[in-house]
Design a protein around this ligand. Structure first.
Ligand code: PGA
Ligand code: ZN
Length: 431
């Protein structure tokens, strides 16, 4: 039974305010959770409530969201059964009354929702991933294959490159620890190559390097060389994943994509040709957001062209939203979905999206945001939902390592398997 819900304003990995929530139960058990925040956010995400007072933290304060936690939310949940996650999340949605959680703030609602789950795990003596598996109806939790950021661009690196992420997927790994070791070798080799060539080795928002390559090909060549320099084989040891984050390239007035580094404007068809040529030439297993978040027709064409060869993952496209995912499934758009708790706003809503994806053969990838806290909920979420893949950022910075380290701890459970290459492979029909 919930006795107290207490919110406060803390700071994320970019030093921006975010919401943290403590829950205390009648029996004295307690738990805490905090809320991440994106930079290349999708238009259709749940609403992150910010104070907007430009004189304080550039308007990014969350004191009103915190007041909602300590006022309306605390009053509504006082005396509630902490084990009834679905009822609590519904209560929070109804209390808010808007579809995007804009009144109370998705940050206020999500912080509470995650803290409730953790409190219920503590109260029942279960590891968090076991509690999440119960809620998700998952019989066999599994450790996920990570996709690890090596080279960063876009809004996470001052637009030094047009494409946002080039990631390493350690497909040869047979355990979570080995996955971290293999990708760390690639990360170190990439830093070495950048230093040799006089390219910057400073960290981007997710701890990746930002070499400022002018084209996608140059970045793909650099990550391929890094894999080889680490003594590994592209494709068989380490595959490549890309997040184009194309919504941040889209020029809505011109109706095309602006690649600033090359001073080129590409149509949807040209974007599709460009990423297809990358897939032909490099060991790519997945591409996220290669087109704009509202370019459904373009996505459909692209999925017909590449969906049988690689995973096409919708992030800004789906925004962890059940209706948008359903539209994508019915229109043959994408075959994978990025899963971000704060795009959805509640844990239950997020679990529903994972279930919906799985039922349709869409690969779920549990993902962090570019702004994170030291909260490691995400690791348990990926394991408990048996999502199979996780995207945390690079193997740098404590807000990222908090999650990798939690995976290492969870991996001590000898009953858990690790999601390896065959499970990642596409079936013949692209599902
Ligand atoms: P964001 O980036 O958290 O800034 O949205 C992550 C992503 O695009 O996958
Ligand atoms: Zn993305």
């Amino acid at each position: 039974i919930i006795r107290t819900v207490h919110g406060r304003q803390i700071f994320d990995s970019r030093g921006r305010p975010t919401v943290e929530v403590d829950i205390i139960l009648e029996n004295g058990a307690s738990a805490r959770a905090s809320v991440p925040s994106g930079a290349s956010t999708g238009t259709h995400e749940a609403h992150e409530l910010r104070d907007g007072d430009a004189s304080v933290f550039d308007g990014l304060g969350v004191t009103s969201a915190v007041e909602h936690v300590n006022g309306e939310i605390a009053a509504a949940l006082h005396g509630h059964d902490v084990d009834d996650q679905r009822a609590i999340d519904e209560r929070l949605r109804n209390l808010d009354g808007t579809s995007t959680l804009s009144r109370l703030g998705a940050n206020a609602v999500l912080g509470t929702s995650l803290a409730v789950c953790r409190a219920s795990a503590v109260a029942s003596g279960l590891p968090l991933y076991r509690r999440i598996a119960q809620l998700a109806g998952v019989d066999e939790p599994v450790l996920p294959m990570p996709m690890v950021n090596i080279l960063s661009g876009g809004l996470h690196a001052g637009r030094g490159m047009d494409v946002q992420d080039f990631l390493a997927v350690p497909v040869a790994a047979t355990s979570a620890l080995e996955a971290i070791q293999l990708t760390s070798r690639v990360r170190a080799a990439a830093a070495g190559l950048c230093a040799e060539r006089g390219l910057p080795t400073l960290l981007a928002d997710e701890g990746g390097l930002s070499p400022g390559c002018r084209t996608g090909e140059e970045a793909l060549e650099l990550i391929t060389e890094s894999i080889l320099a680490a003594g590994l084989q592209p494709g068989t040891d380490i595959a490549i994943a890309i997040d184009v984050a194309a919504a941040s390239l889209y020029d809505s007035e011109a109706g095309d994509y602006h690649l600033r580094r090359q001073e080129r404007h590409l149509s949807t068809a040209e974007m599709i040709d460009m990423v297809s040529s990358w897939v032909d030439r490099f060991a790519i297993v997945s591409i996220e957001d290669p087109l704009d978040e509202d370019d459904w027709a373009g996505w459909q064409t692209l999925t017909k062209r590449l969906g049988h060869r690689i995973r096409l993952i919708g992030d800004d496209l789906f925004t962890t939203n059940s209706e948008r995912l359903a539209r994508g499934i019915s229109q043959g758009v994408a075959n994978g979905v990025l899963v971000k708790v704060n795009q959805n706003g509640t844990l239950t809503g997020t679990l529903d999206v994972v279930a919906e994806a799985r039922a349709a053969g869409y690969a779920p990838v549990v993902s962090a945001r570019s702004g994170e806290t030291e909260d490691d909920f995400l690791a348990d979420l990926a394991v408990g939902t048996a999502a199979g893949q996780i995207k945390i950022g690079s193997v740098r910075n404590s807000e990222r390592l908090a999650k990798y380290n939690q995976l290492v701890r969870i991996a001590e459970d000898p009953t858990l398997g690790f999601r390896n290459l065959p499970a990642l492979a596409l079936t013949a029909d692209g599902g």
